[in-house]
Design a protein around this ligand. Structure first.
Ligand SMILES: [Zn+2]
Length: 189
């Protein structure tokens, strides 16, 4: 049975803390067990030595913290702007609450003006003593319905504008979150 050639072990010192490390000859990167530094193993003739391959852990931590807080700050600003912008689109619905505009609210307005219109035609018919006052009542009701339809159309437009603004806000938020790291990658590739 053939034995595989064992890899040659070379003695190394950590360049950060001087701890003795043993790494096989093939190894080009090593993690110091003593201080946790990522080290590159460099060879010069038969000698091997190490070199730090990353900023000191504390610097990395601070840099990450700063970048994260900057991102958080930008997100907070964006969210605040959106909350303000969103309020401008709000409509007061029948139960008195403010809602963002939607097609269903606009459709409710159409239904309300039609149902309301029919109801008032009936009331006008009940209470008018002659044809002229009935026709006059119907004309007023017609005006009411037309205003309702106009409002509904405005609400549809508002709803579309709101949805576009919301899409824009979500896109900007995603862009912020997925922004590539500002400092050089810590990877080995
Ligand atoms: Zn070390």
């Amino acid at each position: 049975m053939a034995l595989t050639n064992p890899m040659k072990i070379v003695p190394l010192n950590c360049c950060q803390c001087s701890a003795l490390l043993n790494a096989s000859e093939e190894v080009r990167q090593v993690l110091c067990q003593h201080c946790g530094s990522q080290l590159a193993v460099l060879h010069e003739g038969s000698a091997a030595y190490t070199e730090s391959r990353e900023p000191k852990p504390m610097e990395v931590a601070i840099e990450q913290l700063l970048e994260e807080s900057e991102q958080q700050r930008e997100l907070a600003v964006l969210d605040r702007q959106w909350q303000k912008e969103r309020r401008q689109y709000m409509v007061i619905v029948y139960d008195g609450t403010a809602r963002v505009p939607s097609s269903s609210i606009a459709n409710d307005t159409v239904i309300t003006s039609f149902v309301g219109g029919l109801l008032f035609v009936f009331i006008a018919w009940l209470f008018s003593d002659n044809l002229l006052s009935f026709v006059g009542g119907c004309l007023l009701i017609g005006l009411f319905v037309v205003i309702g339809l106009g409002l509904s159309r405005l609400q549809h437009q508002r709803s579309a504008a709101y949805q576009e603004a919301e899409r824009c806000y979500r896109r900007r938020r995603l862009d912020l979150i997925e922004k590539p790291e500002a400092f050089p990658s810590k990877g080995w590739g």
